[in-house]
Design a protein around this ligand. Structure first.
Ligand code: GLU
Length: 447
């Protein structure tokens, strides 16, 4: 049975790179009818925290990347197991206790455990990069434990992978140089070598390694900005992997059936925020109105809710306008802060009557009779859709010039030079308020 593993260190927020590694391990295991094991590599006692561990666990579960071990494996709880294997590796002559001067306290003698390096050339076959060869001589006798009760990283990884029957180690390219060290330890303990696949680095647009200075790197910051888990999974899958076709949209289940380790690329995967936004837009575009409303309500701007005519009814009618314009919740908040949706919930609007001029030849005084006529037509109109409102006004607009009617009408209804078309606005705010706003515009002209 194929067994992969995701062993994050809980020393920071869940990084999108870790989420991608988890995804690839998950996809490979599930596509092969195998299993994935989760392990918390919390040996660094000063930097590991329970809070980070919880955030990592919750983040991966939120994405749907569930593992198959019921009980979380924690390296901090494994000291007795490591001790047993350290005793074994010393007993079989492949490691030894060495008395050395402490690096931190000069003059103090401490005991460390070193691997007896057989000084050999190791070649391992990487499923992404092909054969990789290292001469381990230069590594010397590596320290594998600070004491019999304090095994170090390379040793703990090897023991835990062995105990979990891991068959495939799929991890970031930054771990390539660790692999020969870990292979030496495996061989010294008589363990079978798992297969390796090292994933390309995630690069920023300037092709340097993606880091905080390029923007957000934690999963939670993307989640908060309103990236959906579907979009995150879909985009992360394509960061270093491709299906071999032009197809871009995949659900997690579809990825499981399409995933093929041979399609992982060697070269760095550039993180393109525009593309990521495009994916998110694709997913929120497919939401039903109810789903979209729930999406907005995850973090609904107080500014809109506090406007005098706020109602869910109007918000539902505004949804197509919002949906068309945003990629993320962050966009929704940005537009809201700029007052771009105020028209839907505002009280009578305040604006300069000169805005009612269209291309310099419709003065506010010319606009007034047009608005009055529109008002008469709209008194009998069907307000059930933007289209029915448009149909009511269309013949008159053709008669006087479309811009000359629709420009002042749009200003009258929105108070802004940039806004949705007047039919959409009229539909959102309803007949009564449409007529009131036109009246208000006409009054302004008279002032
Ligand atoms: N704990 C390591 C990390 O978070 C992973 C080690 C491994 O995959 O072997 O980078």
């Amino acid at each position: 049975m194929i067994i992969t593993r995701i062993p994050p260190s809980p020393t920071g927020h869940l990084h999108i790179g870790t989420a991608r590694t988890a995804l690839f391990n998950y996809l490979f295991a599930k596509s092969q009818g195998g299993k994935m094991v989760f392990r918390s590599e919390d040996t660094d006692k000063t930097r590991s925290t329970k809070a980070f561990e919880e955030e990592i666990i919750e983040g991966l579960q939120w994405l749907g990347l569930n593992w198959d071990n019921d009980v979380i494996i924690r390296q901090s709880e494994h000291a007795p197991v490591y001790r047993e294997y350290l005793e074994k590796i010393i007993a079989n002559g492949n490691a030894y206790i060495s008395k050395e001067e402490s690096k931190n306290t000069p003059g103090l003698l401490v005991e460390v455990i070193r691997l007896k390096n057989p000084n050999k050339v190791i070649t391992f076959n990487d499923l992404v990069r092909g054969d990789i060869t290292f001469d381990t001589t230069e590594l010397g006798d590596i320290v594998i434990a600070r004491s019999i009760d304090d095994a170090l990283y390379h040793f703990t990884v090897v023991v835990d992978d062995f105990l979990s029957d891991v068959t495939h180690v799929i991890r970031g390219e930054d771990h390539i140089s660790n692999t020969p060290r870990q292979i030496l330890i495996q061989e010294a303990l008589g363990f079978e070598r798992p297969l390796y696949a090292h994933l390309p680095l995630i690069l920023a647009s300037d092709r340097s390694k993606m880091s905080k200075r390029h923007g957000a790197v934690s999963l939670s910051s993307y989640k908060e900005a309103g990236y959906t888990k579907e979009a995150i999974i879909n985009y992360l899958a394509l960061l270093g992997w491709n299906p071999g076709t032009e197809r871009e949209l995949f659900t997690l289940t579809e990825l499981i059936s399409e995933f093929n380790i041979a399609h992982i690329q060697k070269s760095g995967a550039v993180f393109d925020i525009k593309k990521f936004n495009w994916f998110n837009h694709q997913y929120i575009e497919r939401y039903s109105t109810e789903e979209f409303l729930a999406y907005l309500e995850q973090n609904f701007p107080t500014r809109l809710r506090e406007l005098p005519n706020f109602s869910t009814e109007r918000l539902l009618r505004l949804i197509p306008t919002i949906r068309e314009r945003i990629d993320t919740l962050a966009d929704f908040h940005d537009h809201t802060d700029l007052g771009e949706y105020d028209f839907a919930f505002a009280a009578p609007l305040d604006y300069e009557p000169t805005l009612l001029e269209w291309k310099n030849d419709t003065s506010p005084t010319v606009a007034k009779p047009r608005l009055e006529k529109a008002s008469t037509l709209l008194t009998d109109a069907d307000f059930s859709s933007p289209e029915s409102i448009k149909a009511t006004l269309w013949p008159y607009a053709e008669e006087v010039g479309k811009g000359e009617l629709f420009w002042p009408l749009r200003i009258a209804l929105s108070g802004r030079s940039q806004s949705p078309d007047p039919f959409t606005i009229a539909y959102i705010i309803g007949q009564e308020e449409t007529l009131a706003r036109i009246q208000n515009a006409c009054d302004k002209i008279g002032e």
